[in-house]
Design a protein around this ligand. Structure first.
Ligand code: MEV
Length: 462
């Protein structure tokens, strides 16, 4: 009975898919798009998707008159550039050294919050950071009828032979202090008794190392097949895939801020410093024990982290994937920060994985990434990990401080007010009046609209 029901649903599903396919207007599918010029691509998009021709100007006005060739090489099918604000949060003191931190982000108040926290903590010893570990991992998955025990026995030989087989790739990395650090054979028994992963540990010095790791792994895959075939021709080895892992729990950085509780007054709002510290502690505990809150708490950390990752030309998708997987490492997603309060002392720590590079990738070829690194004093990847952890900490500290005092909207909506005024083309005079008025009125899109309408003394809709 159940199987005939399943069959019924399955056939129904196939029918739906076929019907949907028959409705796809294949004659309008875009052919050879990648081979067209920028101008042709734009025309095709406007024609095919019936967009107003004025939008051509939107795309064209965002092309760069000198650097477009540079931007074109970063990606494919480029028809324009997507700008983000590039701001700087000054006055960060990290391990006694001063930094102005570049941040590429579209969310209002992130740069302001980072700058405010940086200035505040600069008077209290700044951010204390350390790199805990810097190892990245790559995975060589293969299928084989070799038994796990047999392979394990051969591992010392396999290990040496694989490393010797790629010395031409690892030589220059070794000169920079990197290379292959270790490897382990892991059976993937959840699938079957023929699936394996050779987990390879890399130190990649100042590069993020994705290309280096992937090139090494692919070559190791070929060698592994040859090595095992030489040992026993009757057994099969097939490489499934070779790729770095963006899970980087061995590439960790820690950032701590600490001060006497009585020094927290500037953030305490209507509370005493002691009350503020206790409310802050409660917020951290909520994020530790409640997953929906932990996600938002960590998002506030990533506001700062991603903005600097972007500004320095690093891969924010890799960082995001790795950080959130780490936050869920116990099987329950939790927060990345810990707090300790004594009667006197507030100590707050952020620990997170950050696999970053200051050479390779976009870091030198994107003009603004290049500038960001220069502004930061051309840091090593180790130093950049510590700078970025501090930016994450600064944003999280400001967010939690606001949440447990005035609430987040007061600050947010003031920034949001600028954006709303912009959409209504408010004049400088109107802006000044609006900022004054909304000092003690709640900001909302409709409230701003109403305010401007009354200012303009007109019945016309804005
Ligand atoms: C908003 O971008 C970030 C916050 O939601 C972070 C938090 O709730 O901790 C304010």
């Amino acid at each position: 009975m159940e199987s005939s029901l399943n069959e019924h649903y399955f056939l129904g599903h196939i029918h739906d898919v076929l019907m949907a396919q028959s409705k796809i207007p294949t004659n309008t599918m875009i052919q050879g798009f990648s081979k067209r010029s920028q101008e042709e691509k734009v025309d095709i998009l406007l024609n095919n998707f019936k967009l107003p021709s004025s939008l051509k100007q939107t795309l064209n006005s965002h092309l760069h008159k000198n650097l477009q060739d540079t931007y074109n090489q970063f990606s494919e099918n480029t028809v324009s550039n997507f700008y983000l604000p590039y701001g700087v949060a000054p006055n960060f003191i990290i391990n006694q050294k001063e930094y102005a931190i570049p941040m590429a982000i579209e969310e209002s108040s992130v740069v302001a919050a980072a700058a405010k926290a940086a200035k505040f903590w600069s008077r209290l010893g700044g951010f204390q950071t350390k790199v805990i570990s810097s190892i990245k991992e790559g995975q060589l998955f293969f299928t084989s009828d070799w038994k796990f025990g047999e392979l394990k026995e051969h591992m010392p030989y396999i290990h040496t032979a694989l490393i010797q087989g790629i010395t031409d790739l690892t030589q220059s990395m070794e000169q920079r202090g990197g290379g292959i650090v270790d490897m382990q054979l892991i059976p993937i028994t959840d699938i079957d008794d023929q699936s394996y992963c050779l987990q390879v540990h890399f130190e990649t010095a100042d590069s993020m190392g994705a290309n280096f790791i992937n090139t090494c792994l692919e070559r190791m895959g070929n060698h592994l097949c040859t090595i095992l075939e030489d040992k026993n021709k009757t057994k099969q080895v097939t490489i499934d895939m070779a790729i770095l892992s963006n899970y980087t729990p061995s590439c960790m950085v820690e950032c701590t801020i600490s001060c006497p509780i009585h020094s927290l007054g500037a953030y305490a709002g209507n509370y005493t410093s002691q009350e503020f510290a206790r409310r802050f502690e409660k917020a951290v505990l909520l994020a530790k024990h409640n997953t929906p809150r932990a996600v938002t708490h960590n998002k506030g950390i990533m506001n700062g982290v991603d903005a600097v990752v972007m500004a320095t030309g690093n891969d924010y998708r890799a960082i995001e994937a790795g950080v959130h997987a780490y936050a869920a490492r116990s099987g329950k997603y939790s927060s990345l920060t810990n707090i300790t309060l004594t009667d006197e002392l507030f100590t707050y720590t952020l620990t997170l994985p950050l696999a970053l590079g200051t050479v390779g990738g976009l870091t030198k070829i994107h003009p603004l990434a290049h500038f960001s690194l220069a502004l930061l004093g051309n840091p090593s990847a180790y130093e950049l990990m510590q700078i970025i952890a501090s930016a994450g900490m600064a944003n999280n500290f400001s967010a939690i401080a606001a949440l447990v005092t005035s609430g987040i909207q007061q600050g947010h909506m003031k920034m949001h007010l600028s954006n709303i005024l912009f959409t209504f083309n408010a004049s400088d005079d109107e802006k000044a009046k609006a900022f004054n008025y909304f000092n003690n009125h709640t900001v909302s899109h409709s409230a701003v609209k109403q305010f401007l309408e009354s200012e303009r003394h007109t019945d016309n809709e804005i």
